[in-house]
Design a protein around this ligand. Sequence first.
Ligand code: SF4
Ligand code: F3S
Ligand code: FES
Length: 250
Amino acid sequence: SKSHLHHFRVWRGDDEKGEIVDYPVEVNEGEVVLDIIHRLQATEANDLAVRWNCKAGKCGSCSAEINGRPSLLCMTRMNTFAEDEPVTVTPLRTFPVIRDLVTDVSFNYTKAREIPSFTPPEGLEPGEYRMQQVDVERSQEFRKCIECYLCQNTCHVVRDHEENKEAFAGPRYLMRMAELDMHPLDAHPNRAVEAQEEHGLGFCNITKCCTEVCPEHIKITDNALIPMKERAVDKKYDPLVWLGSKIFKR
Ligand code: SF4
Ligand code: F3S
Ligand code: FES
C-alpha cells in the first residue's frame, strides 16, 4: 500500500544504559529507514540522536545496524521489509555509544593515523609523478571507500573482542596499506610485511564479512587483503623477492 503503520524498535540510551523502545510509525512508498528515523524525530522522539549528512550513500555517516545487519540507514529501503515485519535499529556494536544511534568512531581515526602515508621516491617533486593507467586502475576500487566503517564494525576480530583493537587496524585500513603497497611510486619499504607484523593482518582469517557489508561493493578481502597476505609471505621468506621488489620500485 502507499502508506502504512510500521512497527519500529529503536535503541535509546548511552554507553552505560539503554533499552530498545517500540514506536508505531507511518511509512510511505519509496521511503528509506533514515526517513522513518527523521519522522520519529519530528513526532514521538524529538531527542533521538542520529548522525547523517548526504542521504545518498556517499558521506558514510549514517551507519547503524538494522535487524542486526550493519547497514547505511539512508540506503536501506523500507520495501525490503514486509509490512508486518518489525524493524529494529541499533547503533554500531563495535564502537562505544555516545547517544542512541550515534557511536564514537574515533578508533578508526586512530588507526588511520598509524599508517605511514604515501612516500614518494627521493628527488621526485609532486609535479613529476608519472603513473601508467594500469597502475591507476588497480587501486581505483579502493578509493571508492566512503569511510562508513561498516567493515570495521563487522569484522569478527574486533566485533566482540575489545582486546584485539589495539593490535588490529581493521579491513578498511589494511586495505589502505594494500593500496599504497600497489602504488608504483610509493617508496615506503615493505608495507605488506609491516601490515602483517604491526597492523594485525595476521588476525584476518579471510571470512569476508567485511566485503559483504561494504556499501561500495569493494572486494576488500579478495582484492586487497588476500594479495597483501601473499606478498607478506613471499617477501618474508624469500629475501631475493623482497630485494627485487625494492629495486623495481626505484
Ligand atoms: Fe565502508 Fe566499504 Fe570503506 Fe569499509 S571499505 S569503510 S565498508 S566503504
Ligand atoms: Fe575481518 Fe574481513 Fe578479514 S571480516 S577477518 S578483515 S576478511
Ligand atoms: Fe550519507 Fe547515509 S547519510 S551515507
